[in-house]
Design a protein around this ligand. Sequence first.
Ligand code: TRP
Length: 440
Amino acid sequence: MSEGKLPENVPAQGKDLPIREQPPPPHPIHQAQKVTPYEVSGGVDENGVAIAINYNKLVEEFGTKRIDKTLLEKFERVTGHKAHRFLRRGIVFSHRELDMILDRHEKGEPFFLYTGRGPSSDSMHVGHTVPFEFTKWLQEVFNVPLVIMLTDDEKFLYSKKGLTQEAAMQYAMDNAKDIIAVGFDIKKTYIFSDLASMDAPFYQNVNLFSKAVTFNQIRGAFGMTDSDSIGKIHYAAIQGATSFATTFPYIFGDDKKRVAKIPSLIPCAIDQDPYFRVTRDISSRLKYVRPALIHSIFLPALQGPGSKMSASDETSAIFMKDTQNQIKNKVNKYAFSGGQVSAEEQRKLGGNTDVDVSFQYLTFFLEDDAELERIKVAYQKGEMLTGELKQICIRELQTYVKGFQERRAQVTDEIRDEYMRKRKLEFRNNPNPVNGTDKK
Ligand code: TRP
């Protein structure tokens, strides 16, 4: 990923110019966009102002494909489901070989879903639940097994605060309950901690993977340096190996030749793509089918586009443990507004929904397309004021978080232990396949 370069039109500091004509020094914090698994920023302009993340540029840089209208139509035709609002609104916007997965679904051929989370002490925020909400919907639509990886090993390796492995494993156990509260089907979902559950088939795939990938490849994809621990360099093998069905014989069976051909579909935020780019590059050498991917954008921080919600900054995010009152206060106090400075100005000039965070959140959480359009038009025309828009946003967020909290209160240790038990999962692919060849 490119480092922040100065814009070309900033002249070098001219020693020969008289003092008065010295150009102003470029802003010291000008930075280009940077998106890796470990850093997400849209960059900062010459005036030090945050720039919104340019997702088109990411598609180009990463070499993924945009999810376009044709693919969405195919999705709806093959699954018989209206596309999820995240798909309709470009929140899930990019993919690798989703078309191949749709073909398999059409023919009734097996595949599975794989996603994950780096466990942490902080409560999940609404930005974390976006990929999980979408994954849950995919599981319902496709009726396939889902594996959810809790990367306590990754958290330990990347911790700068002396996190112990035991503490990271405890976070995984706690976070599992939050993930379960999203609403995954217990019969079709396996959740696991890397540190607590890696077994022989998993390790064998990690080992195969690590032989096929060079330090150079990892350095290129993640921006590692010579002084990074070998654990960080090696970790990519663990996140990558989980893409292969042979890692889970208790789910897919022991017939390695058959299971090697079952691909995963990985829903994730776009910053995780580098792991799977490397995985896809080496899959065929391992005689495994490549994983497919479907990428989402980030939920912007309350402070505005150009950053994502951060668990370590209380005021940047709406947390799943926030009270109804905290949600109201945070939105009212911190949500960046695209409105004008006064009600009169707003009535005259209208607001900017592209940068307005309350409106952005509504695109994530408000299901009704017609209602969303009505709000958009009213706000842009100045018929709706910022206060009213915030009201609607607060109501939607409160409803969403309340539903989550009610489900979370029902998740006992026993339920969690069942999700985390190695076992066969119940699933059935498309019950009405077309030209099926590889039916289970
Ligand atoms: N590295 C991810 C994180 O820090 C966790 C993760 C592991 C993941 N495997 C995944 C995320 C697959 C998405 C898809 O959050």
